[in-house]
Structures are given as structure tokens and as C-alpha cells.
Design a protein around this ligand. Structure first.
Ligand code: SF4
Length: 372
């Protein structure tokens, strides 16, 4: 337990004292190995920070999936953003997580390095800040890097509608928004890792509602529980998943009921539908997944950086030694990558899973083992 700063507190908490006996009993009753996948970077961080995996019975394993939006964004998107940053007429705006993600080795560097080399890169807290920057800098084409799941996409949709309303002609979005359910389905279809249950993402589900996971239960007979972000939320969700597995059922349940319901946030969903449409897209490690992403509708094409600024996406070429793709599919844990803790560390990352605050390699490095 020595590497888990909070495990002592967690282990002694009332929630754990209440939940662990039930979890142990259910695990015994199931009497086989059970793999539960969390598909949310915040869950990944919370689990590692609290030492939760160490509390689980031997036959219950928590594995991390493609829940970090920066991590699943393919290298060719980073390359395209770097190319934009090299244009003197462009200001690139982004959330901070993306800044240090390396592009393809052939392109070299990251957005951070482009900024050091004189590129106009600004970190913003909201896409509407980027719209304001476009208004303040009319000579620049201001591009916001639209990366994230259903949680982030409504704010980007709102920024496009704001720019349309205010007649901001120099605001663009380089869109790589992704949606979660089809990626979960892709993992079940490729069967590389047997998944016995999903801890579904809390933030995403606030927007989408829990009903969107129903097809996973019905078609693949895999239970889904939407979980909150405290360690006890996750433990409760694990108990709920084990109870379903023990009784042989597969349904959607909501542990995070203080924020999530079946329908989700209808106003945010309307924003998404107004501005975006479903499209196929490449995910790092998972390849092309049909209907797994959001594209800007033709009606708002003038805000689409790919179309309006002629951005070209080359084939994705990640560092050949980096195994982020395998980490994102839950096939390996970070120390299985030869670069982990040696050539790849948080200060000198090779792949996005070591960069992002929600990345599995970063979480593992920080809380599990500092090096191998
Ligand atoms: S340790 Fe680094 S190189 Fe290896 S999978 Fe993780 S991020 Fe990629």
C-alpha cells in the first residue's frame, strides 16, 4: 500500500467499511475473473489516486479504457494543429492538456514547441474566450482545437452559434469531437479484452443521459453503471456491476444519480444537434469507428477550420515505440510499454497517455510506480 497516499484514509472510510464486505461476497459468489472497464479519464485518475484497485478482491480487476479525450485523438490531428500554428496568419487556441502532446516523429515537436519557436498559441478556459480573441484580433484567423467528448462539445457548439450571431468571420474550430458509446461497442466487437462490465462516464452521461448505453446491455449483454468520481462512488458502482454479474443480468444503472438521469441535458443535446452531425473517425489505438465522432454541419461550414482553411490530415504516424493504443484498449498496463519511466516520463512524454491529466500512463506513473 506504500505507493498509495490516500489508501489508508480510503480503507478506513465508512463507505469502504460498508461496501467492501458486499463486494467481497459478490466476488466470491461470481467465482471467476471479472474485468470492469472505466471509460473516463477522471475515473482513471480517481481510482489510481485513491488506490482503489488495491482494495478490490483478487478476481476483480479494474482496467482503463479510451476515456481520455486527448489520448484518443490521433497523431494526425496534432500534426494538423502544429501545421496551423506554423502559419503566421493563424492564432491557435486550445485547452491546456493538448499543448504538450507530441505530434508524429516526422513532423517533430508539439504545440508547446511551436509556441517556443514563435507560433501564436493561446491556452483558453472556454471556447467562448477564443471567440472573444477572434474579435480582439481581426487580422488573425483564430482556430479553437475542438477535442473532447459529449461533455465539451456543447460548449464548442455554443461558441460557433455565438460567432454566427455576432458575425465573427475569423473564428474557426478544428473539430475532433468524439462520442463514447461506439468506442465502447468497438472494444466489445474486437474482443481483445474480455469486458464484464462498464463503469460509464459521469460527466458525459450528465449530457447524454444514461439511456444511450442501453444498446450495450441489450446487444452485448454487458452491464453498465454510470458512476460518480469519488472513490466511494466508484466502489458503489463496482458493487452494482458485480451484483448484476452475479445474477446474470445486464442493464443500465445509475450510481451517480445526484447528477445523471435517463434523458440527460436536453438543452445541451439540442446545441449538439444544431451544430454537429455524426461521422466516422479515427481513434488512436482503435482505428476508424463508424458514427463515433462529430463533424460540423454544412450549415456552419464557414467555421470549420478543416474546410475553410484547407487543413490537410495525413495518415496518423505515432512514435513506433509508444503503446498508447494498446493502453487505451486495455490490452496492456503502462509498465508493459518499454518506454515507460525511461524514455517516456511526465516531464518528457512520448505519448499522450503520459501527458494528459487524465492519461493512464500519467496516473500510473504518479500513483503506482515512479519507474520500472
Ligand atoms: S509509457 Fe509513454 S510511450 Fe509508453 S504507452 Fe505510455 S505514453 Fe505511450
Amino acid at each position: 500500500m506504500g505507493n498509495y497516499p490516500r489508501i489508508g484514509r480510503l480503507a478506513g472510510s465508512n463507505a469502504v467499511k460498508t461496501l467492501m464486505p458486499a463486494i467481497n461476497e459478490l466476488a466470491q459468489h461470481v467465482a471467476r475473473d471479472v474485468r470492469l472497464m472505466e471509460v473516463c479519464g477522471t475515473h482513471t485518475m480517481s481510482a489510481f489516486r485513491s488506490g482503489l484497485p488495491q482494495l478490490l478482491p483478487r478476481n476483480v480487476r479494474l482496467i482503463s479504457g479510451p476515456g481520455c479525450p486527448v489520448c484518443v485523438t490521433d497523431t494526425n490531428y496534432i500534426d494538423a494543429a502544429i501545421a496551423l500554428c506554423r502559419r503566421p496568419d493563424v492564432m491557435v487556441t486550445t485547452f491546456g492538456d493538448l499543448v504538450r502532446v507530441p505530434g508524429s516523429p516526422s513532423v517533430g515537436g508539439s504545440l508547446e514547441r511551436e509556441r517556443a519557436a514563435g507560433g501564436d498559441l493561446r491556452v483558453v478556459y472556454s471556447p467562448t474566450d477564443a471567440v472573444a480573441m477572434a474579435q480582439e484580433h481581426p487580422a488573425k484567423k483564430v482556430v479553437f482545437l475542438g477535442v473532447g467528448f459529449e461533455t465539451t462539445a456543447p460548449t464548442v457548439a455554443a461558441s460557433i452559434l455565438l460567432a454566427a450571431k455576432d458575425g465573427v468571420e475569423n473564428y474557426f474550430v478544428l473539430c475532433a469531437h468524439k462520442t463514447m458509446p461506439r468506442a465502447m461497442e468497438a472494444l466489445l466487437q474486437n474482443q481483445e479484452v474480455k469486458i464484464d462490465g462498464f463503469l460509464c462516464p459521469g460527466h458525459v452521461s450528465v449530457i447524454t443521459g444514461a439511456a444511450m448505453y442501453r444498446f450495450i446491455c441489450e446487444k452485448y449483454k454487458v452491464p453498465c453503471v454510470v458512476a460518480g468520481f469519488e472513490a466511494w462512488d466508484m466502489l458503489k458502482a463496482i458493487e452494482m456491476l458485480l451484483a448484476q454479474i452475479a445474477e446474470g443480468s445486464a442493464k443500465v444503472e445509475i450510481e451517480y444519480s445526484r447528477s445523471v438521469n435517463e434523458r440527460g441535458n436536453v438543452a445541451a443535446q439540442k446545441l449538439l444537434t444544431e451544430v454537429f452531425e455524426e461521422c466516422d473517425a479515427g481513434w488512436r489505438g482503435l482505428g476508424n469507428i463508424p458514427r463515433s465522432s462529430l463533424a460540423i454541419r454544412a450549415k456552419y461550414a464557414r467555421f470549420d477550420a478543416a474546410k475553410a482553411l484547407g487543413v490537410k490530415f495525413e495518415a496518423a504516424r505515432p512514435d513506433p515505440g509508444c503503446r498508447c493504443g494498446d493502453v487505451l484498449r486495455g490490452v496492456i498496463t503502462p509498465p508493459d510499454c518499454k518506454l515507460y519511466g525511461k524514455a517516456c516520463t511526465p516531464t518528457d512524454p512520448v505519448g499522450p497517455c503520459m501527458v494528459s491529466n487524465e492519461g493512464t500512463c500519467a496516473a500510473y506513473y504518479r500513483y503506482e510506480k515512479r519507474a520500472v
